[in-house]
Design a protein. Structure first.
Ligand code: DAK
Length: 258
């Protein structure tokens, strides 16, 4: 499918690669770009040949936020419209694991998009920030919630209230980022991690993602209960039988996604 604001590619390693592609606007997340991103995510999620999705930008910017020019004259009623919110929330419906490969600016809605992915690989030049306060607004897509749960209240307050940016090394130290790599190799690092995930038993990978994400949303009691049910469900899959048989027979498992 041809898109205008993103580029997509299905790699032989079972990865669905999505590049945000509005370089002149530092990949600002316009409504049209978000619609395309949502469509591409849903298409890869429905593709049994894709076991992991990677979202990236370019060296200078993952995304410098939602498109300020498209929001500048919006009313409260505009911002309340369900279709506006829905286009941002598509990513939360995706069952396939998603990695953000981030270089350069990762600000506002860009940082929130990266945090909505399951892991983040950053280049040494990445800068993470929630500078919405400078525009007279606050984050609206998890920048006060996911960020605080990940890096803690003290630093989140400084970022959200003071516009402080985190370098890639800081972001890794505070648990926002999985790996930091040179600008020349960060995408390769992300793709290597994605290939490893794409090679896992597909149903187990999807449920593993769901179970870990539940830890941020449910109470411990609910989370443990949900984990147990997901664990038990996997014993209804052919892949569980295959995975355990392969271990016992000392051979690599052949996953079917069934
Ligand atoms: N929106 C639109 N255009 C942007 C942009 C943005 N967020 N960021 C950069 N650009 C454009 C610039 O306007 C400029 O375009 P031209 O003037 O050349 O046409 C071009 O990209 C290059 O930017 P600069 O000339 O500013 O480049 P510099 O290197 O000097 O500065 C910068 C880079 C990243 C420091 C600066 O561009 C900047 O401060 N950008 C804005 C960062 C920001 O404030 N981000 C937060 C935006 S608010 C929602 C969910 C989420 C959100 C909203 C709704 N719902 C669920 C409904 C999120 C809100 C936000 O993200």
């Amino acid at each position: 499918m041809a898109y205008e604001y993103i580029l997509t590619e299905k790699l032989a390693t079972g990865i669905g690669l999505i590049r945000l592609n509005r370089p002149r606007a530092l990949n600002a997340l316009s409504p049209d770009l978000m619609d395309e991103l949502g469509e591409a995510l849903l298409a890869f999620d429905a593709d049994a040949g894709v076991g992991c999705i990677v979202i990236t930008g370019n060296e200078r910017a993952f995304a410098a936020g939602a498109d300020i020019k498209a929001m500048a004259t919006a009313s409260m009623a505009d911002m309340l419209k369900q279709d506006l919110i829905a286009r941002w929330e598509t990513i939360h419906r995706i069952k396939t694991p998603i990695i953000a490969a981030v270089s350069g600016y990762c600000l506002g809605g860009g940082c929130e998009l990266a945090m909505s992915c399951d892991m983040i690989v950053a280049s040494e030049s990445a800068q993470f920030g929630q500078p919405e306060i400078n525009l007279g607004i606050i984050p609206g897509f998890g920048g006060t919630q996911r960020l605080t749960r990940t890096i803690g209240k003290a630093l989140a307050m400084e970022m959200v209230l003071g516009g402080r940016m985190l370098s890639a090394d800081e972001a890794q130290r505070f648990g926002l980022v999985n790996h930091v790599a040179p600008v020349e190799t960060y995408l390769e690092t992300a793709l290597k991690l994605a290939a490893k995930i794409a090679g896992q038993a597909p149903l187990a990978a999807r449920l593993a993602k769901e179970a870990v994400n539940n830890a941020l949303e449910l109470s411990l009691r609910q989370g443990l209960q949900s984990e147990r049910q997901l664990f038990q469900m996997l014993f209804a899959t052919e892949d569980q039988k295959e995975g355990m048989a392969a271990f016992i027979e000392k051979r690599p498992a052949q996953w079917k996604g069934k």
